[in-house]
Ligand binder design. Structure first.
Ligand code: HEM
Ligand SMILES: [Cu+2]
Length: 536
């Protein structure tokens, strides 16, 4: 039994030095479970801001011409929507929330390797977020470059770029520290007997992600600093009239931002690999193949960034090379999809809310992945680049892929985190409304892109009117579903029915301890003798 006795209510989370109370017992806590929840609540708050901007943009696009906002406002909205969703939501995403809460428990440890550094990573996150947020309220108006901050416009525009660029720069450090912490934790703190090939798949994806956070993030860091230097000192890195090259900016930006999509999707895939065996009551199909696919995605993902620049005037050799490599990186992703489907095959499926999200993840991720191949093919890319087709594609992979996996994860680990269960009927209805809204919102955007509707314009030709009305209705339905899902979870966190330690009959270590987990996670360090998904 732990020193603090066995009371498992809210207070038992506090592995505080007994000198903090209230909010301070949170923001000064070095407990990995608390830090995971600090990230969860911060990310959900910023997500609501980002989603509101998304909905307002769709309301503007319900009809050609000015509807609810001016063109410059729309430019500011898509820029900040993208900055929030990428740097504040989806990059920290699953690693900072569920990774922090569950990684130590899933490998049989008391905490991450560097608990104070972990807390510092959240503080840096908050500081970076406030810096980015301040760009909306100072100087000559919100940044209007898009989240990609492309040169030369990013150092020519008079809008308030510097706090946004520096905010993204600072946030990079929070990501690097999280990756570093997880890599050392996995190398040094696995329980006795947990060899690498007995480690669950979610920690494996955090491991692959950690190396991308560590190696790729510094590249975007220096690139953002160069934009800031361009604005302040006018050095000419990206200015052709001063011997610079704006295409160099695109290469540097995407050398990070494409591997960054694997910081987003790998942990999502890890959560899905945890959930499907539990609800199919069957060992995961091809555990080793999934581990190898994770590492292959993390590695090959470094060499495909040029597929964002097929229309930038690069050489034929570069075009073919990046196109072929893009097809390569699709293979390990496909292997994972095959293995998830094979795990479900002949399983005894328990259709609980986490499984609904996991199964629909496969559906929307497939659409996102396959349209990624359309973008990876040179001929079709030239036609749909910078159109609504691209916007639909990345919403399917990022919002569909990572977003659905996030929902699957929160519905799966909610009873473990709070020791309470949510209303399952309401959860399923919320999922259905969200699922219908999501596809009604983004499917028409593929058609609009193929028909030539560009991205990042608040106006459009009359011929695009019909599909835009359908898409905007979808956005409203999606948001309604979102509120149903969130209100169910928020109310249940305090008032939900008490949950047992293992309501889903899961097999990994987090389901072997009480809910919520006690401060030290384990009374004694567990000794591992079998693989993580041995249901047989
Ligand atoms: C909540 C529902 C959401 C709605 C209604 C929505 C809608 C939109 C719209 C209308 C645009 C601008 C299209 C244009 O180019 O004119 C956009 C851009 C974008 N969205 Fe979303 N979105 C949502 C959620 C998300 C999520 C969850 C993510 C990622 C995690 C995301 C990432 C982005 C990015 C990166 C851009 C590009 C911004 C730019 O052009 O710089 N969105 N979204
Ligand atoms: Cu890419």
């Amino acid at each position: 039994m732990t020193r603090e006795g066995n009371q498992h209510d809210e207070i038992s989370y506090l592995r505080v030095q007994g000198r903090y109370r209230g909010i301070f017992a949170w923001i000064f806590s070095t407990d990995h479970k608390r830090i995971g929840l600090l990230y969860l609540y911060s990310i959900m708050t910023f997500f609501l801001v980002g989603a509101t901007l998304g909905l307002l943009m769709k309301l503007e696009l319900i009809a050609p011409g000015k509807t609810v906002m001016e063109a410059q406002t729309y430019n500011g909205f898509f820029t900040f929507h993208g900055v929030i969703m990428i740097f504040l939501i989806i990059i920290p995403g699953l690693p900072a929330t569920f990774g922090n809460f569950l990684l130590p428990i899933m490998i049989g440890a008391k905490d991450v390797a560097f608990p104070r550094l972990n807390l510092l990573s959240w503080w840096i996150y908050v500081f970076g977020a406030l810096l980015a947020l301040s760009s909306q309220f100072m100087g000559d108006g919100p940044p209007d470059t898009g989240w990609t901050f492309y040169a030369p416009y990013s150092f020519k525009t008079t809008t308030n770029m510097l706090p946004a660029v520096m905010g993204a720069f600072v946030l990079g450090f929070s990501s690097i520290l999280t990756g570093l912490n997880f890599i050392v934790t996995i190398h040094r703190m696995r329980a006795p007997g947990m060899t690498w090939l007995k480690m669950p798949l979610f920690p494996w994806t955090l491991y692959g992600t950690g190396w991308i956070q560590l190696l790729a993030t510094p590249v975007v860091g220096i690139t953002l600093l160069m934009v800031a230097a361009e604005r302040i000192l006018n050095i000419g890195f990206f200015d052709p009239s001063m011997g610079g090259d704006p295409i160099l900016y695109q290469h540097l930006f995407w050398i990070y931002s494409h591997p960054a999509v694997y910081i987003m999707i790998l942990p999502a895939m890890g959560a899905i690999s945890e959930i499907i065996p539990t609800f199919a009551r069957k060992s995961i199909f091809g555990y080793r193949a999934i581990v190898l696919s994770t590492l292959a995605i993390a590695f090959v993902g470094y060499f495909v960034w040029g597929h964002h620049m097929f229309t930038s005037g690069m050489s034929g050799t570069a075009l073919y090379t990046f196109s072929i490599l893009t097809f390569f990186v699709a293979i390990p992703s496909a292997i994972k999809v095959f293995n998830w489907v094979s795990t479900m095959h002949a399983g005894s499926i328990h259709a609980e809310p986490p499984f609904y999200w996991a199964a629909s993840f496969i559906f929307v991720f497939m659409i996102g992945g396959l349209t990624g191949l359309v973008l990876g093919s040179l001929a079709t890319n030239v036609h749909v680049h910078d159109t609504q087709f691209v916007v639909a594609h990345f919403h399917y992979v990022m919002f569909g892929g990572v977003g659905f996996a996030f929902m699957a994860a929160i519905h799966y680990w909610f009873p473990k985190i709070y020791g309470r269960m949510y209303d399952k009927g309401m959860a399923k209805t919320g999922w259905l409304i969200f699922f219908i809204g999501f596809n009604t919102l983004y499917l028409p955007m593929f058609y609009l892109g193929i028909r030539g509707m560009p991205r990042r314009y608040f106006d459009y030709l009359e011929e695009f009117h019909g599909p835009n009305i359908i898409s905007t209705i979808g956005a409203v339905v999606l948001i309604a579903g979102l509120f149903m899902i969130l209100s169910n979870l928020i109310v249940s966190a305090r008032k939900g029915e008490k949950a047992s330690g293992n309501p889903w009959k899961g097999n990994t270590l987090e389901w072997k301890i009480p809910s919520p987990p006690p401060p030290e996670n384990f009374e004694e360090t567990p000794v591992i003798t079998r693989g993580p998904y041995d249901f047989n």
